[in-house]
Design a protein around this ligand. Structure first.
Ligand code: HEM
Length: 113
């Protein structure tokens, strides 16, 4: 598949992942569907990320890719757990997660290392 398709998928699933994170944190009535959408979109975003790496011919991961992977792992694991378990400080956990999303975006654009 071409680079553009992977990139479009990466960004569309990123938007879906962020939206479902917001819903799972702040919408009172939760259902299984939101959790499923969050999990599926985060996974497909990862798949598209690997597709992008292949299309760009990146074999030895630079540091920005490794950091993005770690950020992805934290977000994919921590978001659903925090959304379910946290009672106080939800807004602070959410802000922290958003900061991780923003960091990953900056890394993708500036590729500092
Ligand atoms: C929450 C985590 C992530 C966020 C917020 C994110 C965000 C983004 C964004 C916004 C872009 C487009 C950048 C541009 O057009 O210049 C991008 C590109 C990219 N992402 Fe991610 N990403 C994440 C995770 C990952 C992961 C886990 C991988 C690797 C498996 C990855 C690999 C890539 C690659 C290779 C590109 C293409 C860079 C380019 O075209 O120059 N991303 N990412």
């Amino acid at each position: 598949m071409p680079y553009e398709i992977y990139k479009t998928a990466h960004i569309i699933f990123l938007l879906t992942f962020i939206a479902s994170t917001g819903i799972s944190f702040f919408v009172e009535t939760q259902n299984k569907q939101v959790r499923m959408i969050g999990m599926t979109s985060s996974f497909l975003m990862l798949v598209a990320g690997f597709g992008l790496l292949a299309r760009l011919g990146i074999k030895d991961w630079p540091l920005w890719v490794t950091i993005k992977l770690i950020i992805w792992l934290i977000l994919a694991i921590a978001s659903p757990i925090l959304a379910r378990k946290l009672r106080d400080n939800r807004i602070w956990a959410f802000r922290l997660l958003m900061l991780l999303f923003f960091t990953a975006v900056v890394l993708a654009i500036y590729k500092p290392t």
